[in-house]
Design a protein around this ligand. Sequence first.
Ligand SMILES: NC(=O)CCC(=O)C(=O)O
Length: 700
Amino acid sequence: MANKLTIALLQLPVGGEVASNVRRAVDSVRKLKAENPKLQLAILPESFNAPYGQEHFPKFAEQVPTGPTCQALSKLARELGIYIVGGSIVEREGTKLYNTCTVWAPNGSLIGRHRKIHLFTMSIEPANAGGVEFDEAAVLTAGSEPTVVQIGQQKVGVGICHDKRFEELARIYRNMGCSMLVYPSAFCICQGPMHWELLQRARATDNQVFVVTCSPARDNMSGYVAYGHSMVVNPWAQVQREAGEGCEFIVEEIDFDMVEQVRRQIPIFKQRRTDVYATTKLSLGQKLAPSGFEQAIATKRNQSWSMATSKLAFGASIALVLWVWAGAGYGQVAFVRHLSELRIRELKDLAVRMQNSINPEKYACESYFDYVCSRNRPLFSIMGHMPQMSELIQLLTELQNDPAQFEAKQKLLDFFISCNSQHALEDCYRETFEYFKPLFGYIVTKNMTQGGSHELDDFLGVLERFVARTHRDRESNPILDKLATYKQKFKTPRVYFHAGDLDREYRNLRIYRESYEHNIRNLELHRKQNSTYEMGVQRTMLDWSMYLFQSRNKPMSYYYATFTVHLYMMLFNVRERQRDFTRFREEVECLRLPQFVNVLDEARMLAVIYLKSFRAAWIDYSAWISAPPHNNGIYDQENGILQQYHLDNKRIFFTLYAQNFCEFGKDLAEHVFYLGLKQNKDFFDIYSCGFQTENPMSCV
Ligand SMILES: NC(=O)CCC(=O)C(=O)O
């Protein structure tokens, strides 16, 4: 039952008056719900509240979500306890107009606002099926964000009419884990017979999803004649239901098991060659590298060293050991401070190697993978997945192309690297916050719903302590201001976190359980194979998933500590860099990471920062968890599991930070992390898992 959804498509007529169009829609949905108590989702057509036409758009525009149409839909959703995909209306924001679809949850909250991304601009000559002349772009502004909403158990991608001509958008929705795409539409009568069904079936078969469209009823007397034929297409690309041309309502039960069946039997998603092509959401304005770029870079940079090709035979060893002096073999390693110094081919090779170091079999749980990868595809994803190679190539290429502009650089190596510059401290902080925001959001939501719990206070206490410490060290710094703002926001979570959003994201914590079980299995496997490194990685994965799983209805106290470490890291940076940068550099040298880590000088600094911040954070953390009475209880359940694996909290605490290295790149992680252990007795005692480096380290 859970995997089914009863939906209604309302192919409504649309007249010249907003109020009566809205009233008709509201009455019809009410009636359908009364006749079909199982109804869970009602879908309205594009421009359901006003005539569709360039000349009408400014006149009928309203604000979202405060305008009368939105208010009526919100009220209706709440009254009936159903989801509503509110067709589309013309939205006014400032001087701009958008063709916007709003999506409403059963509690009446707005859970999605999709601004049509592809505006309908077409000039078809009358000789071709009567022709059509339309230019939405003359009046409207295009949206730039794909919109995914959680409806029951399903992720649903939203588009508006012309959007469905674009496979890329549909593919991004599939990448984001959608099982259904909904397109409120007002397709033109000229193209309807040729393309309407074809496009829906194409999107359905390309992405193995349900595709649902809802059109206004056809009115041959109106200025723009909509095609009608609202439709449900299933993942086999069969038309499951279809309306005629006039006013008609379809109520249909969607069985989402079919999605899994099709995907299992025709596994095209897994067969994609993501090493050859990519469909990736870019941030607005971000551009792919122009052709000829490689050539331009090649002439710009120092030609004195070249790259070992992919034939280098050190397999899974460190991804960054790619660059050797020409003819010098493996011994001599080129020294590169920034990725921007690399050639495009080198970047590609780096990406290929990083990608190759990931064993996809380990991440076979598709929903888990989709979930992790779909959230802005962070390079430092919380779960430690690497992005796909094509994305890496793209990201790295752009980093090289324009380091200053490249948004993702902070998510790549520069997240850590930038912590080494006073200038970027604030950015570092922001990144840290963004990284953990959803988790904090969960804490806050729980706190709100359960009321009177101590979690939020504890967390604010951590912030308070950090602020106090920072005050002692410095008069003021940009982090402090940020912290003050965030503290305020945490205190008034409603302002900052939209409860609906968080609920949507975190209600379905099944995903964590899956990953947890998945990691337990992997851990066992690697224990049997006696692979020290794999065990380290898998333990880390286990730890993460275990915390996530366990915290499904508990405070995520662990993240307080995590967050504190990041704060310490920054504090450490401020202090060290302000006071004695030279000494800091000496300590970096003292780490003596093997030569190939020299590829990134910053990686070595990072290791020092980590080691230091762990120590400082551990002191606070251990005090916190041993403070009676409530904190201990949090760990009861996990302690049972930890014992089973001979782990303890301290170990987990450190293990978690290995995770950051693992995300950095599996191989780099191995070397930096384990070499870090060598230098740190705490680490080494805890992690005495038999790791031997080829060059034993000694600090001069
Ligand atoms: N309202 C629309 O976006 C119409 C799109 C359309 O008719 C098409 O052919 O595309």
